[in-house]
Design a binder for this molecule. Sequence first.
Ligand code: SF4
Ligand code: SF4
Ligand code: SF4
Length: 280
Amino acid sequence: MIKAPVNKIIPSSVVDGPGNRTAIFFQSCNFNCRYCHNPETINMCINCGACVETCPVGALSFKDGKVVWDDKKCCRCDTCIKTCQNNASPKIKYMSAEEIWEQIEGNIPFIRGITVSGGECTLQADVVRELFAIAKKHGLTALLDSNGSYDFKNHPELLEVSDGVMLDVKADNEERHQWLTGHSIDIVLENLEYLASIDKLEEIRTVCIPGSLENEKTITIVGDILKPYLEKKDIRYKLIKYRHFGVRQQYRDFKEPTEEYMNELKALAQQKGFRNIVII
Ligand code: SF4
Ligand code: SF4
Ligand code: SF4
């Protein structure tokens, strides 16, 4: 049975896609964004043991050289997360699609669908595919929240069971994307057009930082690429204000955007043909 590392499951979320949804956050990411608000989801634990020493309630221990987390003892103080120098978390459960589904099933009367996020959910494509197939059999919609690094075109199996992708477009060119994420932008922009062309682009997301990221250029390039599709479909553009909360100390020198700056970006997105723009 294939299992994937799960960081957390939020039974009911209104910020992870349309309507009320259960959101599943997988551990590990192939990007390392400077502004990441959840850097503890980036790496897998290397069992160094540093957090075992600092847990105030003895919820962490070593067994066969691996760190074991006792969910029942844990008081959710996050001391382990603050201790970890590896952008990891010891509070991970390896779960199969069926085990994840057991935690979702009871939410059915209250949710419209499920969203998988991370970390980067597509790194767990096999488990996500199985999970989505189960969710869809039960009448739920299934969305992916992705950094855009997955080769959707050449691995269509995942999209066959997905209703759409909420795609991060973090920058406008290779240099800025590499600087921000440590990863090429090419596949992200290919996915942007490909997903729109097959009507699987649910939403675009750009984190906005005045100055450093030249968000105006990102919105412009996204608008240019999507121009032929925006006339046919109302694709949502979510403009996310950069906030210091959760960001690693060494990357906290970015400026938080003002309302005025966000509204300027919104006006630009409108000019580029977006009708559904959300600022959060
Ligand atoms: S979570 Fe971090 S600090 Fe704790 S054992 Fe793993 S790598 Fe070490
Ligand atoms: S959050 Fe981490 S440090 Fe705090 S009780 Fe739970 S395992 Fe221990
Ligand atoms: S893609 Fe998301 S989870 Fe991964 S490093 Fe960037 S912000 Fe963090």
